[in-house]
Ligand binder design. Structure first.
Ligand code: HAM
Length: 437
């Protein structure tokens, strides 16, 4: 018998009914993007390897270790052999298309979005695949179109908050135990700030780098910024003591970042600033950001990332065309939604009221009304159940059962059992809301 063939490691089939959720997410994204004036762009999945080497950066993990690259042979005398790569991300491809189609000549700001597969040879685990999907958007244009304005940064971030709201992904707050999304951002400075900062980093790293892990020793030489996003436990203390980019920003960059933050404040979008957020791609300038979530993703908790790339067009041979954008990991977005749905389905009511006979039905309903008005979630049994049966039903749907027999109605003391602790006791009606909460 011949061996069975399986999907390649790190890739997967998406099947119904799960694909219905993917379709819903994509439809919501298209709907939101259209309201902000974005149009769809579809670039090829194959690009020349050089695009990523120059755009994303030769020293990044993506380009140095993770790309699917091969030599595409010439098939005719008129063709040349060429190194091709399956796109590991889509920003470089979008900017290439912007240059190739002279979109800057219109003088207008281009607002483009994409949805599609990307490829990185990473170690597969939950939320991390070798073929994964991104939903992304880019705002790019000549300086005269306003593409450098901090308003664009804030608009992109505000659009993301709206999209996550419309998808039903909660913001982190006290009431959900900080499980929803969190926005972290930073400014990595302009093309002139960065070399000064990198020089300072190199200098600070030089006497201590031999104490660091092998990867960081190499990064300290080749690309010191990458040391900042190192996850190596033992190196964290040393990294925390390195110079901070905020101290190397010029006045323009500082004021740009301050304007982004104040626009976020005006839109009521919560955020925190993390001076170590430099992100793993070399094209970033000024604003960089990430949205993380606690639900469902384990260690792969970066739901999306993005930032400004004012010099990318020039890096790949185009005109000056500042831009900003983001890419959402769609696989991770879906995992987050699924985890939220499971949590919601498992969420139990605060209490189940079990009247012990038809005579107690009216009292049960009145008690339910009072407790619901106190903000508690309550279900009422119909009075025809025996005690044992009531306990079984209540245990499935609620965290506590309230037993309402003749005695309870006359005395005003209700019997309550909490299923988690197993504790059963009588309690005055007025004290119930506090106990159940
Ligand atoms: P990135 O941070 O490399 O940025 O990727 C963006 C998002 O894609 C990540 O936050 C994550 O959710 C998802 N992602 C990345 N790798 C994987 C993987 N192996 N499996 C599953 N999901 C993954 C970029 O790609 C930039 N092009 C974003 C951007 C757009 N910056 C400006 N414009």
């Amino acid at each position: 018998m011949s061996s069975t063939l399986k999907a390649v490691r790190g890739t997967r089939d998406l099947l119904p009914p799960e694909t219905a959720l993917w379709n819903r997410v994509e439809a919501t994204a298209r709907f939101v993007f259209a309201r902000y004036g974005f149009g769809e762009i579809r670039t090829p999945i194959l690009e020349s390897t050089e695009l990523f080497a120059r755009g994303v950066g030769e020293e990044t993990d993506i380009v140095s270790k993770e790309m699917y690259t091969w030599e595409d042979r010439a098939r005719a005398a008129s063709e040349k052999a060429q190194s091709l790569t399956l796109r590991p991300e889509n920003t470089a491809g979008v900017v290439r298309a912007y240059i190739e189609h002279k979109l800057g000549d219109t003088g207008h700001l281009q607002k483009l979005y994409y949805i599609g597969p990307q490829f990185r040879r990473e170690r597969p685990q939950k939320g991390r695949y070798r073929q994964f999907f991104q939903i992304g958007a880019e705002v790019i244009g000549p300086v005269t179109s306003g593409s450098e304005s901090p308003l664009r940064d804030a608009e992109v971030l505000e659009m993301l908050a709206t999209l996550l709201d419309e998808l039903g992904i909660e913001r982190a707050s006290e009431s959900n135990g900080y499980k929803g999304w969190k926005l972290t951002l930073n400014s990595v400075g302009s093309a002139t700030d960065r070399p000064r900062y990198v020089a300072a980093l190199r200098e600070a790293l030089s006497p201590i780098k031999h104490l660091m892990c092998e990867d960081n020793q190499r990064r300290a030489e080749t690309n010191p910024l990458r040391v900042l996003d190192s996850k190596d436990e033992a190196d964290q203390e040393l990294i925390d003591r390195l110079p901070k980019i905020a101290d190397y920003l010029d006045d323009d960059s500082k004021s740009h970042f301050a304007q982004v933050l104040s626009a976020l404040d005006a839109c009521g979008i919560p955020y925190s600033v993390n001076p170590r957020l430099v992100r793993g791609l070399d094209y970033y300038t000024r604003t960089t950001f990430e949205f993380t979530v606690e639900t469902g993703l384990g260690t792969q908790n970066a739901l999306l990332g993005g930032g400004r790339y004012d010099g990318l067009s020039e890096m790949i041979g185009g005109p000056k065309a500042p831009g900003i954008g983001f890419a959402i990991g769609e696989d991770r977005l879906i995992l987050t939604l699924q985890a939220q749905a499971t949590e919601a389905a498992e969420k139990k009511l605060d209490a189940y009221i079990a009247p012990m006979g038809v005579e107690q039905n009216a009292a049960a309903l009145s008690l339910a009304r009072d407790l619901r008005r106190e903000g508690l979630s309550i279900e009422v049994g119909d009075g025809s159940f025996r005690l044992k049966k009531s306990f079984e039903i209540a245990d499935r749907v609620a965290r506590s059962i309230l037993i309402l027999g003749e005695d309870e109605v006359t005395s005003g003391e209700i019997t309550v059992k909490n299923f988690a602790t197993g504790e059963q006791r009588k309690i005055a009606r007025d004290d119930l809301p506090e106990l159940l909460r």
